[in-house]
Design a binder for this molecule. Structure first.
Ligand SMILES: Nc1nc2c(ncn2[C@@H]2O[C@H](COP(=O)(O)OP(=O)(O)OP(=O)(O)O)[C@@H](O)[C@H]2O)c(=O)[nH]1
Ligand SMILES: [Mg+2]
Length: 260
């Protein structure tokens, strides 16, 4: 049995290959944890109960993860965004520019492929890949086992790249200290209003790809105003992982977090 989360070997194994059933989001979790339910017999109240159970179990594991991170003095960020907004590009640049000063590790969450993990590994930083299969987000259980790969006594910061998805990762606490939402200027300025949970639950927002603004009809101020309407406390910086603009300010945030 796992000492951190109490799961048995079967559940750990299931976890590595989870969500391979090809059914919808709720149903996957039902199969993982409540094998007696059939798809047809599910009522709305059953679904709500199962969702509540999943989230409360996740919250318990996330609290245990956070306690572990605090005990080890590791600053943990959960990078969330829609696919392609630049999470891996930001991490690559950050690892290359700060990796010699700060002891990082990275968890790469992807449905399929090791593409992003390979990119991070090329920077020399330890990385653990978690393929979620049909699953659309990381959860605290996955993170709990992923960190077993790292030497936690010699880490300053853990960066978790979540699965590209502006909806589901908002609901799953991983035990991080902050969610950082990345929005790229090619996505349109209204995304904070259309996907409010993600912006509400994030402490930081990186507005990425600002090098492309001259070529787009994107109103950065309007976008920021919408983000602040959803979350008045959100801290926003403009960055370009390509040109490097704004990265120094991002590094200052990171340094501030490390000194907590
Ligand atoms: N012009 C420009 N392109 C960027 C910038 N950041 C990332 N890109 C490009 O955007 C594309 C997607 O970048 P990724 O870093 O792979 O995005 P991601 O969020 O990790 O994508 P997923 O992991 O698939 O969700 C790549 O072609 C990058 O080169 C930027 O600041 N400016
Ligand atoms: Mg990526």
């Amino acid at each position: 049995m796992c000492t951190q989360c109490g799961c048995g070997p079967e559940e750990q194994h299931d976890h590595e290959h989870r969500h391979d059933h090809g059914a919808d989001h709720v149903h996957h979790h039902v199969h993982e944890h409540h094998h007696e339910h059939s798809e047809k017999s599910m009522t709305t109240s059953t679904i709500l109960t199962v969702e509540t159970d999943i989230l409360s179990k996740n919250n318990r594991l996330a609290a245990a993860n956070r306690e572990l991170f605090n005990r080890k003095g590791i600053f943990v960020l959960n990078l969330v965004s829609s696919p392609g907004s630049g999470k891996t590009s930001i991490l690559e640049r950050t690892m290359l520019e700060l990796g010699k000063k700060i002891r990082f590790a990275v968890i790469e969450g992807d449905q399929q492929t090791d593409n992003d993990a390979v990119r991070i590994a090329a920077t020399g930083v330890p990385v653990k890949l978690v393929n979620t299969g049909a699953g659309c987000h990381l959860d605290a259980h996955m993170v709990c086992h992923a960190v077993e790969e790292f030497d936690l006594d010699h880490l300053d910061a853990l960066m978790i790249e979540n699965v590209g998805n502006l909806v589901c990762p908002a609901s799953f606490d991983l035990g991080e200290h902050h969610k950082v939402v990345i929005l790229s200027v090619t996505e349109g300025e209204d995304k904070p209003l259309k996907y409010p949970a993600m912006f509400h639950n994030s402490d930081f927002m990186l507005l990425n790809k600002i090098d492309l603004i001259p070529y787009l009809d994107f109103d950065a101020e309007k976008c920021k105003e919408m983000a602040r309407r959803v979350n008045p406390h959100i801290k926003i910086i403009d960055i370009s992982a390509k040109s490097g603009e704004g990265m120094v300010e991002w590094y200052a945030w990171l340094a501030g977090g490390l000194q907590r």
